[in-house]
Ligand binder design. Structure first.
Ligand code: SF4
Length: 101
């Protein structure tokens, strides 16, 4: 399995991702999706974090990042740095513990 590292590649694959239809970020313009791909060392906007936190497909988004070895971008509201140190199961537990009831 190759490593996906770019937003363009994610968008190219989007027909295979039916859950994207229900994503909170689905209403954003394409150029706004850069919000999820901040440079290393930069802090993601709190509005972007909030968007992910209430997203109904947050789990699918996180699963996608792990299943496709995506090393950049916020997926499921979990930063690439956190994904590097957490296993898929650990990241999922973090996501579930952080989700609104
Ligand atoms: S969790 Fe965030 S990046 Fe993933 S689909 Fe939802 S809003 Fe988009």
């Amino acid at each position: 399995m190759g490593i996906s590292n770019s937003l363009d590649e994610l968008i190219e694959r989007s027909p295979d991702l039916p859950w994207l239809d229900r994503a909170s970020c689905g209403e954003l313009e394409l150029h706004q999706l850069d919000l999820f791909f901040v440079e290393a060392g930069r802090t993601i906007a709190s509005s972007t974090v909030s968007l992910c936190k209430k997203c109904p497909v947050r789990r699918e988004c996180l699963d996608h990042a792990y299943q496709h070895d995506i090393v950049s971008g916020y997926f499921g509201g979990i930063s690439p740095g956190r994904r590097r140190v957490l296993s898929h199961a650990q990241a999922l537990a973090e996501l579930l513990g952080d989700s609104p009831a």
